[in-house]
Design a protein around this ligand. Sequence first.
Ligand SMILES: Nc1nc2c(ncn2[C@@H]2O[C@H](COP(=O)(O)OP(=O)(O)OP(=O)(O)O)[C@@H](O)[C@H]2O)c(=O)[nH]1
Ligand SMILES: C[S@@+](CC[C@H](N)C(=O)[O-])C[C@H]1O[C@@H](n2cnc3c(N)ncnc32)[C@H](O)[C@@H]1O
Ligand code: SF4
Ligand code: SF4
Length: 323
Amino acid sequence: MEDAFRRQINYLRIAITDRCNLRCRYCMPATGVPLKSHQDILRLEEIVTIARVAGRTGINRIRLTGGEPLVRKNVVTLVRELAKLPAIKEVSLTTNGIFLSGLARALKEAGLSRVNISLDTLKKERYRYITRRGNISSVWQGIHAALAVGLAPVKLNVVVTRGFNDDEILDFARLAQEEPLHIRFIELMPIGAAAASAGGYVSMEEIKSQISRVYPLEPLADLVTNGPAVNFKVAGGKGSIGFISAMSSHFCHRCNRLRLTADGKLRPCLYWDGEIDIKGPLRAGASEAELAAIFARAVTLKPAEHHMETGWRQPRVMSQIGG
Ligand SMILES: Nc1nc2c(ncn2[C@@H]2O[C@H](COP(=O)(O)OP(=O)(O)OP(=O)(O)O)[C@@H](O)[C@H]2O)c(=O)[nH]1
Ligand SMILES: C[S@@+](CC[C@H](N)C(=O)[O-])C[C@H]1O[C@@H](n2cnc3c(N)ncnc32)[C@H](O)[C@@H]1O
Ligand code: SF4
Ligand code: SF4
């Protein structure tokens, strides 16, 4: 589908749960967020129906996110059903990695293509601090399991926060040189729990110039991606380095996506709060053609770009949108 700004929309991010086993400080409050009832959350077969309809409208790549997608019961079955849909060329996953080691093989066998794993620090105590409860060893077990079963390329998402983990930029760059890991530095977006951080992000240019002084970077075109990262090779390295510059140099002009929230709303943009209910019509018996028309309407509502610099006045936090 083409939107009003001539962008091709072919990618759907599905938040399969609003629950999470962590409480990352920039993502949600310490107390968590009020969870939707079981009844309000899309059932797995409903997600598959919506994905099949999405396929009719030109969506051919799906990413599962959340909340934490691996806390959803039967996530492997869901991946298997989605990967079987003829129109869908790729099913990928964004996860905090804590439960990945036990699921990686089954996910791969079910048809998952690849994983992005969130890891903001290499230090055990810092990891516990930023996630308010996580054990970094479990994440490393997940990363190794993903590499072992071939959920490649394995990407690590690193949200950089000034004064917290910006002293680890070179350590992550070294990791990209020594291991087949693709490190993506993400500018902190002032959304949800991070709403007060507008302007406080560490820019891609700042990170890149710090890295370039030690590790020469060359543009890299062939890393599998459906997303906003700009990627570089580290000279002589096994992995790569990417930048997701949502704030300093946004990529909205090449936006290709819609989002589906766990409670069944189609969201045309990460930032804007316009949402269209698709769960209601689905449960009321709408045909697949009628549901496809809802997708088409969501695409027409996509804005040209975000305006995160003007703040965040919405009730949702990031875990309720899926990142
Ligand atoms: N501003 C903005 N940020 C996004 C968008 N999509 C993803 N992000 C952010 O990019 C970061 C990485 O997202 P991932 O879930 O790993 O997905 P991706 O980078 O699109 O995935 P690849 O296909 O591997 O490139 C997260 O912090 C997301 O919140 C988007 O449409 N707009
Ligand atoms: C909301 S999480 C959901 C998936 C999974 N729980 C995880 O952490 O990977 C998706 C991505 O959004 C990122 N994220 C969350 N809040 C963010 C913010 N305010 N700015 C930038 N990225 C953010 C996370 O670091 C993660 O990589
Ligand atoms: S970033 Fe992911 S792991 Fe962390 S609290 Fe948000 S949803 Fe959970
Ligand atoms: S902020 Fe909105 S318009 Fe910009 S890339 Fe993300 S979803 Fe697309």
